[in-house]
Design a protein around this ligand. Structure first.
Ligand code: 3EB
Length: 317
């Protein structure tokens, strides 16, 4: 499988000719979209405004237990929208996250694709609520409870405030087990101390996996966190640099091949910017740090109020 980023100005040519492939999924960046495969955020700037995920075999689209599914024999994108009416208070939000994650794990058997590869969460008003009543923390509690119930390798994940009411969850399933990769500069998120929430965020920093015939390193949303603490509060430029230092540390840890490619080998970077007014600084910093790498910036608040920027990325190797 490969990614075909649709550029708006600058062009990125994936290794495989896109005309050879079959379309698996199209992802638009659109806060108003009711298509659960879309990212519910405004696009700010950058090299592509939508993503086409292509595969070497044909795909089919259908619904299963309330989830939208786009799959080939070996790979599936799944997505669901949980309406805001089901998230009215912290207990309801936790229960909705628990139920959604139970369904997600059950889909492994129903799709006969036993390995969860990657998850994205988009939650409206992510930081509303104090202490444990915060909506992000409620999501983390429900997710952690579901993870406790099953045998599963934690996947890489992204969690961003949605511009659209409700909770949208998207995930990728495959046939191959993933090999999680942690970051030696960061406490694993699933071991964060209680000050960040009574249930830690259950995700891996990255994972090595094989999709189709290609090996990938898939990285989670990565921010300016060292140890478990936010660094460079109030300094968006330094937070951008620290985020990329974390990406580099994960790549160095993952394998000799990903380490050897270095940052220039990244297939593309989605940057999430909490304040649209910071887009220019983040863009110029990412351009300087990642010459030649396609970058696109989206507008969404992050799961700590002191984070200004977060990046997610992937590498073929
Ligand atoms: C962090 O490192 C930043 O809760 O699924 C990044 C990626 C973050 C995923 C999630 C949270 C999540 O803790 C926040």
């Amino acid at each position: 499988m490969y990614l075909d980023r649709k550029p708006t100005g600058c062009t990125w040519h994936p290794d495989i000719d896109p005309s050879d492939g079959h379309l698996l999924n199209t992802i638009n960046f659109d806060p108003a979209s009711n298509n659960p495969f879309d990212v519910p955020l405004p696009w700010l700037a950058g090299d592509w405004e939508s993503e086409c995920w292509r595969t070497s075999t044909p795909s089919e689209t259908f619904e299963l237990k309330g989830w939208q599914i786009r799959r080939t024999r070996d790979l599936a994108f799944v997505a669901i929208d949980v309406p805001e009416t089901g998230l009215a208070n912290p207990a309801d939000l936790e229960a909705a996250a628990l139920a959604s994650y139970r369904q997600l794990f059950a889909l492994r058997g129903q799709l006969e694709l036993p390995h969860l590869q990657r998850v994205w969460h988009w939650l409206y008003q992510l930081l509303e609520g104090d202490g444990e009543a915060q909506r992000y923390r409620s999501l983390c509690r429900g997710r952690a409870r579901a993870v406790d119930e099953v045998e599963a390798t934690l996947p890489p994940a992204t969690g961003i405030e949605s511009a659209r009411p409700g909770l949208r969850i998207q995930a990728l399933f495959g046939t191959q087990p993933i090999t999680p990769v942690e970051n030696p500069r960061q406490v694993s998120a699933y071991r964060y101390p209680r000050e960040h929430g009574i249930r830690s965020p259950a995700f891996a920093r990255a994972a090595i996996t094989q999709l189709g015939g290609t090996r990938y390193l898939l990285l989670s949303g990565t921010a300016s966190i060292v140890g478990h603490e936010t660094r460079h509060v109030g300094d968006v430029r330094q937070q951008t640099r620290e985020s990329i230092a974390n990406v580099a540390a994960v790549m160095d840890t993952a394998s000799a091949d990903t380490s050897a490619q270095g940052l220039k080998g990244l297939a593309g970077v989605r940057g999430y910017v909490a304040a649209a007014s910071n887009a220019g600084v983040v863009a110029s910093e990412l351009r300087a740090l990642l010459p030649g790498v396609p970058v696109t910036l989206l507008h969404g608040r992050l799961c700590r109020p002191d984070l200004h920027v977060e990046v997610e990325t992937l590498m073929r190797f």
